[in-house]
Ligand binder design. Structure first.
Ligand code: FEO
Length: 406
């Protein structure tokens, strides 16, 4: 694989991770994920972000450097926008190959380089507005964008080409093949990237949505021509598209999100499933898009993506030993951690022997600013009357969700 020229003397070096590992040890990436680093050549040479030793990523980067006749020892500066090990794990090895290279990061990044890699020499902290002149017309500017994704994160901007190296910001899951730029994707590839960008956002960034909005505001005065993130494709034809997508995703924190409904349910013996079928009919009767996820069969990563963009949620669960069905508790716990807030919600389920699921739902969701409509509960198997009530509530929820969008 060869380095890809992004702009005049700016190159992308990338490794796809496709070995079946989980991202961050949690999130499935069946479509892979790319780790992107970038090389800027002035009179001096800067490498922006790195990779970890994962699925042969370092040797893939070396091959791409070879393709532009650059050796690791030619790198004068290593800019670390973000210290999470997917972008820095190979730092100590690179330092060994090139002890003279100077590392540039934020003050908190400098602390983390010491904490993770015991690196504390030839490393320098920069602040927003500072720049690094590489000579030959290439100047890098630094912009702190804390908490997108960690507190130390910054973005780097190359002034002569208008390339923004945004690290996690504007990233997506999904390996990148021959089509590296937004204008090279087929419509199927584009749809996949859009889905994987939302899943990445909801899994990795959603907790920091307020900071995403601040970062977008902070960067809006830059004359950005190309957005080059550390995961996913490069946006050169329509860089505003991914910025607008991220801005929209961030807005879902306070709601309303899209006029759609996500149904999440667990069913032990098929009784909850029966009600799900009626609920889905009720939602569809109002022509509101509905996404249905059964847990634990489906990974919470996908439930999160769907729930994040939906204004309405339906939770279906049996009571299990005086509490809610445990896989649903895991989902709601993840919703709480990832700030899935400000939703219209309908819950239904059996109350077992003496109830419990509703009480636990109320306790677990107290901080999420959810607006519940009346639940439907029954004992044992749902009667026709129970099914009818659930249908009516689903219709009500769908109408409420539609009215939020008006
Ligand atoms: Fe891609 Fe937060 O690291």
């Amino acid at each position: 694989m060869k380095a890809v020229e992004v702009a005049d003397r700016v190159y992308r070096l990338s490794a796809n991770i496709e070995n079946g590992d989980l991202f961050e040890g949690i999130w499935p990436i069946p479509e892979g994920v790319s780790l992107n680093a970038y090389l800027v050549k002035g009179e001096k040479t800067a490498l922006i972000d790195l990779v970890r030793d994962w699925d042969n990523a370092p040797s893939k980067i070396r091959d791409q450097l070879d393709s532009i006749s650059v050796d690791f020892s030619d790198i004068d500066y290593l800019v670390l926008n973000h210290l999470e090990p997917d972008h820095t794990g190979w730092l100590a090895d690179l330092r060994q190959k090139n002890p003279e290279m100077e590392i540039i990061s934020t003050a908190k990044g400098v602390d983390l380089a010491k904490a993770f890699f015991d690196v504390e020499e030839k490393i320098r902290a920069v602040k927003t507005g500072e720049s690094l002149d590489l000579g030959g017309g290439k100047v890098l500017g630094f912009y702190e964008i804390p908490n997108v994704h960690w507190p130390e994160t910054m973005a780097t901007f190359e002034y002569s080409t208008g390339v923004l190296f945004s690290c996690d910001a504007f990233g997506a899951f999904g390996s990148v093949g021959e089509a590296v730029f937004d204008d090279q994707l087929s419509s199927e590839e584009y749809d996949l990237f859009e889905r994987e960008a939302l899943r990445y956002y909801s899994n990795i960034v959603s907790s920091f949505s307020v900071f995403v909005q601040r970062a977008i505001k902070k960067l809006e005065d830059l004359d950005i021509k190309i957005i080059a993130p550390s995961h996913g494709i490069i946006w050169r034809e329509r860089p505003t598209q991914i910025v607008e997508a991220y801005s929209r995703y961030a807005s879902y924190l306070k709601g309303p999100a899209e006029p759609e409904i996500t149904v999440v349910f667990g069913s032990m013996y098929g009784n909850t499933q029966k009600v799900v079928n009626r609920v889905v009919q009720g939602i569809r009767s109002q022509k509101v898009p509905v996404h249905v996820h059964q847990v634990p069969n489906e990974n919470v990563s996908y439930v999160l993506a769907s729930a994040w963009r939906s204004a309405g949620l339906v939770l279906g669960m049996p009571t299990y030993e005086y509490k809610m069905f445990p896989p649903m508790a895991q989902v709601i716990d993840m919703f709480e951690r990832k700030h899935v807030q400000n939703k219209k919600v309908f819950r239904f389920g059996s109350f077992g022997w003496s109830g419990g699921a509703q009480k636990e739902t109320d306790e677990m969701t107290a901080k999420l600013k959810w607006d519940f409509i009346d639940p439907v509960e029954w004992q044992g198997a749902p009667s026709d009357e129970d099914l009818g009530k659930a249908y009516e509530q689903a219709v009500q929820l769908a109408q409420d969700v539609k009215s939020l969008a008006e």
